[in-house]
Structure formats: structure tokens, C-alpha cells
Design a binder for this molecule. Structure first.
Ligand SMILES: Cc1cc2nc3c(=O)[nH]c(=O)nc-3n(C[C@H](O)[C@H](O)[C@H](O)COP(=O)(O)OP(=O)(O)OC[C@H]3O[C@@H](n4cnc5c(N)ncnc54)[C@H](O)[C@@H]3O)c2cc1C
Length: 379
């Protein structure tokens, strides 16, 4: 892990204070990024929890690194990764609920639709993976390459359908983003890509700086598609993931003024900053029933909301806000939120999100077809 972001016990930490987040943004090293990002201690940014939660945008990050004088060609890998986030968001906007089914073709060679117990228990026997999963439970963060290894072990070696393990990971991720998460799991499992992704022990050793041998992955990758499920990955568990929503008092809402709706994907403290409005972090039981998150994630979300002056937490549905405004002079347009595919049903007006490539919208069949169009604007 980059020492810039380490805390004293060597673990990555994710402060929720806005000034510290902006400090982290200023420390990005986009030139080193391309060369080292696949290594677990590479120069990655650790910004995803703030991007997913809408505190900062990928556009803001891109503008910040370009303002430092980096030429787009020398930091192309970094710009591409930022674009992956937008690409997946566009896929979700276009596919809507079809995002949650096998998107390009059915995942092949599926033995069950449950969670692989050894992955959840961190007992796969692959030390670097087990250690990372244990740390994941502590920090709410997993390096991208490790996410790929875990998904490959669960779906391609363990032959689980991607949906349950993806829910497990989403539950614990501070950066949980249903688009990035679902598309990536499907990509690894071959449901949103032309082939499944496999890794072996040699690959894991290289990028995690370990040197383990004699594991079920200590074989050539070519042999893995035809291998039987290793005994250690056979046991499954049914997930019982639940969100413990906080108990809060009913917020005071003055319906003479508009209400700005924040949620777990929009915690932008600069949004309509100067406006005289009610500010409500809306935690909808119906949303979290469908997409449960851990207590740690919810605590992260509510702490990030503290950057928004006078933001009150409401546990309830958007329809309850609508009822309030139906009887006010402002009517439904008194409710304002930011457009997001998770909350298309919100009543009221919707502001556009910040996009790096607002011109490149709609569905693209692959990231590279999206990027081909986007990169013209990047230059
Ligand atoms: C199985 C699996 C599940 C994933 N689930 C999520 C998720 O729920 N939420 C989430 O934000 N990301 C997810 N990712 C993508 C990626 O792993 C994370 O965005 C990245 O690891 C976040 O760490 P970082 O901010 O240090 O990334 P950096 O490497 O520093 O990248 C900077 C930013 O670029 C974008 N980015 C980088 N890599 C990817 C990628 N592979 N796909 C999409 N965008 C990328 C992200 O916005 C990221 O914050 C998943 C990937 C896999 C393989």
C-alpha cells in the first residue's frame, strides 16, 4: 500500500472530513499509477469510496491532475481507469434493472447460486487472498487486482454464479457502486466479457509480493477452466445480509423552502451550497432491503454527510417527502436530487451529475468502443 495513506497499524484508512479528502486528491501520482497499479502496494489513489458516495467526481479528479500540468498521453492509463467508472455508470443508465442479470451471455459452468464459504471465511488456503479478505472486513477496501482474484476464485474456480458473491462484496465495500461492482463481477465471470478471467498462484505471488506454492492455484492458468472444483471451495453458505438503519428523530422540514435530497450515492458538500434549503440524507428502507450494506458502510455514509451543513438524516421513503410537498406552495418541484440510476423513481427535479464525457452517453457494447469515442474529448 502506498505509504501516503497508511495509518499506524499499516492499514489503509478512509477519513470522512472533506479537507482530508481533498488532501488525498492532491496527493495522486498519475504518472506512477500506470506502472504500478496492479501491485497491491502500487500508486493507486484510494479515492473510490469518495467517488462512489458522490463526495467528489471523476471529472473533478481528472481536472485536478491535468491542472498540475500532466500531459494526457503520459497519464493515459489513469484517465482510462477514470473512464471505466463512467462507462459502467452509462451501462447502468441504459440497462436499468437488466444490470442485475447476466448481461451479454449466461455465465457458463455454474454449479450453484450461493456464496463460497471459504471466501467469506477467508479460508481458501491462498494466504495473500485470505489475508486481504480479513483486512477487507476491517477497512472496507480491497485492491482492484485482489477483487479480480477473489471473483475468479469464487466464480470460475469455485463455479458460483456471480450474483451472491457480488452482493457479499458490495455489502462490505465502502466504495460499493452497483454499476462497477455488478459489471466487474460479470466481466470476471464471463457474463459481460468474451471469456472468463483466470489467475494462478504465480500471478498472485507476483502482484501481492508473496511466494506461496502447492495451492489449488499452483498450476498453469490454461488448465484451470477444465479443473474440478477444489474441495476447499465446495462448501457454500446462503447470505443473510441486512442493513441496520439508524434510529433517528423525524427531521424538521420547512416546506416553504426546497428540500435537497442526499443519499448514499450523493454526498457532495458543494452541491447547491449557497442555497437556502432543507438538506436531507434520505436512507430508504426499500433501497437497503434490495441492496444491503454493512454497519461500517452506513457509518461511513452518515459521517460523510456531516460535511454538508445542516444535513438531517431521514429514515423513510421518497414518497413520504412527496406527501409533504404535495400540500406545500412549492409542490413536487420543491424536491431536488441528483440524477442517479439507483433513484430514478425519486419525485421532483433532478440535477445532472458531473461527467468527464457528457457527450458520450448511452450504451456501448465494450469499454473500448466507449473509450474510442471518449478519448477524442480527452485530447
Ligand atoms: C470484482 C470487482 C468488484 C468491484 N466493485 C467495485 C465497487 O463496488 N465500487 C467501485 O468503486 N469499484 C469497484 N471495482 C473497481 C475497482 O476495483 C475499484 O474502483 C478500485 O479498486 C478502487 O480503488 P482506487 O480508488 O484506489 O482505484 P484507482 O486504481 O486509484 O483508480 C482511480 C479510480 O478509477 C476508477 N477505476 C479504477 N479501476 C477501475 C475498474 N477496474 N473499474 C471501474 N472503475 C475503476 C475508480 O473510480 C477509481 O476510484 C470492482 C472491481 C472488481 C474487479
Amino acid at each position: 500500500m502506498s505509504e501516503l495513506f497508511q495509518q499506524s497499524d499499516n492499514r489503509i484508512s478512509f477519513p470522512t472530513n472533506y479537507d482530508l479528502i481533498i488532501e488525498r486528491l492532491a496527493k495522486i501520482n498519475p504518472a506512477q499509477y500506470g506502472k504500478t497499479r496492479n501491485f497491491v502496494n502500487g500508486a493507486v489513489t484510494y479515492l473510490s469510496p469518495y467517488i462512489s458516495r458522490g463526495v467528489i467526481s471523476v471529472k473533478q479528479i481528472q481536472e485536478s491532475v491535468l491542472a498540475k500540468g500532466h500531459h494526457p498521453a503520459t497519464i493515459e492509463k489513469f484517465l482510462q481507469e477514470l473512464a471505466w467508472r463512467e462507462y459502467f455508470q452509462r451501462v447502468w443508465q441504459a440497462k436499468r434493472n437488466a444490470l442485475f442479470q447476466d448481461m451479454k451471455q449466461p455465465q457458463e459452468d455454474v454449479v450453484h447460486h450461493s456464496m463460497v464459504k471459504a471466501v467469506a471465511d477467508a479460508t481458501t488456503g491462498i494466504s495473500a487472498i485470505d489475508q486481504s479478505i480479513l483486512e477487507f472486513y476491517q477497512t472496507g477496501y480491497l485492491h482492484n487486482h485482489v477483487r479480480m482474484y477473489v471473483a475468479s476464485i469464487a466464480c470460475n474456480v469455485g463455479k458460483a454464479h456471480w450474483s451472491a458473491p457480488a452482493q457479499w462484496m458490495y455489502y462490505h465495500l465502502l466504495d460499493g457502486d452497483l454499476a462497477s461492482n455488478t459489471c466487474s463481477w460479470q466481466w470476471v465471470a464471463g457474463a459481460f466479457s468474451s471469456k472468463k478471467y483466470y489467475c494462478n498462484q504465480e500471478n498472485i505471488n507476483r502482484y501481492t509480493h508473496s511466494n506461496q506454492t502447492n495451492t489449488f492455484l499452483d498450476v498453469a492458468t490454461e488448465g484451470l477452466p477444465d479443473a474440478a472444483v477444489p474441495d476447499v471451495l465446495k462448501a457454500t453458505i446462503d447470505l443473510n445480509l441486512q442493513t441496520k438503519l439508524p434510529v433517528v428523530t423525524t427531521p424538521l422540514i420547512d416546506t416553504i423552502k426546497p428540500t435537497l435530497i442526499y443519499n448514499s450515492y450523493n454526498l457532495d458538500p458543494l452541491w447547491r451550497k449557497e442555497e437556502d434549503a432543507n438538506r436531507i440524507l434520505l436512507l430508504e428502507p426499500s433501497h437497503f432491503k434490495m441492496f444491503p450494506v454493512s454497519e461500517k458502510v452506513l457509518e461511513f455514509v452518515t459521517n460523510l454527510a456531516k460535511n454538508i451543513p445542516n444535513c438531517q438524516v431521514m429514515v423513510g421513503e421518497g414518497s413520504e417527502l412527496l406527501m409533504l410537498y404535495k400540500n406545500s406552495a412549492l409542490g413536487e418541484i420543491g424536491l431536488i436530487s441528483k440524477e442517479h440510476p439507483a433513484f430514478t423513481y425519486y419525485p421532483g427535479a433532478k440535477d445532472a451529475r458531473d461527467w468527464i464525457y457528457p457527450e458520450v452517453s448511452g450504451y456501448y457494447n465494450s469499454f473500448f468502443s466507449f473509450w474510442k469515442k471518449a478519448e477524442k474529448f480527452a485530447k
